[in-house]
Design a protein. Structure first.
Length: 337
């Protein structure tokens, strides 16, 4: 399948859509979706439709993609796998946990497991792509690339994302101004529907690239807000490079800001004070040293910028709920398994 064939496929009215346009009633089109007297698809706790995994994931596959059929509403439902809704063209209205969410072309709405959601009828020019991901947790799908990065920007973004996703159980990425994302989605879809050799490998790589682009967009949105004269990235990069002895006064002097203004701007951008940001950086350095060296705890504390090993010990245990030694032993045991 090439890009022209993809467009033709997405906009063509299929047999299910014809029936939905005539009746206004949603018709299931998934394979192996057979009702039996002994099986129910109603969640006993929520009393709404629960879609089982075996409707979508077969023969060891962990990615399922479909075009959302137009002209009829999708009733409220939930499932125990992650769903990415991409508005390929037009618009879409979803109801997530009862909250209305209006989407436009280029929007990615990523839903956690077991989140009730419904979708209003799509029009002829509305193309919605459903990407279902099995055997992944919501945070790990996005954070694996970020958590291996000890830069302050990565650490802060990871924390922001995890708090948002835990609270809302979904995250919205607006990619309209980033055309590369749309191209990646097109390549992802053509690979899926072409079913060529090594398809699974290609799908995994395309999905990784899409996720990385989404996290880049998330970082732009969180740390580089429009019409802001404050260069958050430069300030965080400076702390990255000078974490051993930098003070808020040093930072303000280097960037030509008033000390109080800089402290307030950092708090507004990241939700953290300068001291909390600096502590997070030093703890991330300490974690890296514990994992990758055999330095003593005292030397780790010194190289991470802590003036006192006892203060380091207290802050580390407060942040990670374990001692530095336990953290190191746990990582060693994981490597052995």
């Amino acid at each position: 399948m090439n890009l022209k064939e993809l467009e033709q496929y997405l906009y063509a009215v299929n047999a299910y859509e014809k029936k939905q346009r005539e009746t206004g009633v949603s018709i299931n089109d998934y394979v192996d979706y057979t009702h039996s007297p002994k099986q129910t698809y109603i969640d006993p706790g929520r009393h709404i439709l629960r879609l089982p995994k075996n409707m979508f994931f077969q023969n060891g596959q962990n990615i399922f993609i479909s075009k959302h059929n137009r002209f009829a509403p999708m009733q409220e439902h939930l499932h125990d796998f992650i769903e990415l809704n991409y508005v390929y063209a037009g618009r879409c209205t979803e109801y997530i946990n009862g909250k209305r969410v209006d989407l436009e072309a280029g929007d990615f709405c990523v839903l956690d497991r077991n989140v009730p959601h419904a979708i209003d009828p799509l029009g002829a020019d509305d193309i919605l792509i459903n990407i279902l991901i099995n055997e992944e947790t919501f945070p790990s799908l996005f954070m694996v690339k970020m958590e291996n990065n000890s830069s302050l920007q990565a650490v802060i973004l990871t924390d922001m994302f995890q708090k948002q996703s835990k609270h809302d159980r979904y995250v919205l990425f607006k990619t309209k101004q980033f055309p590369r994302v749309h191209l990646l989605v097109q390549l992802f879809l053509t690979e899926y529907w072409s079913e060529e050799m090594q398809m699974r490998l290609f799908l995994t790589k395309y999905l990784e690239l899409i996720i990385m682009e989404l996290m880049r967009i998330y970082s732009y949105d969180q740390l580089n807000r429009p019409n802001s004269a404050f260069d958050y990235e430069a300030v965080l990069n400076y702390i990255d490079d000078h974490y051993l002895g930098v003070t808020l006064s040093d930072l303000a002097r280097n960037f030509g800001y008033n000390k109080n203004y800089l402290g307030n701007a950092l708090k507004k951008a990241t939700g953290r004070t300068f001291q909390a940001i600096l502590l997070e950086k030093r703890l991330s350095i300490a974690c890296s040293l514990l994992l990758n060296t055999d330095y003593s705890i005292e030397l780790v504390a010194e190289k991470a910028g802590f003036n006192s090993s006892s203060y380091f010990f207290r802050q580390f245990k407060k942040r990670f709920n374990e001692t530095p030694n336990d953290f190191r032993r746990g990582s060693v045991n994981q490597k052995k398994q």
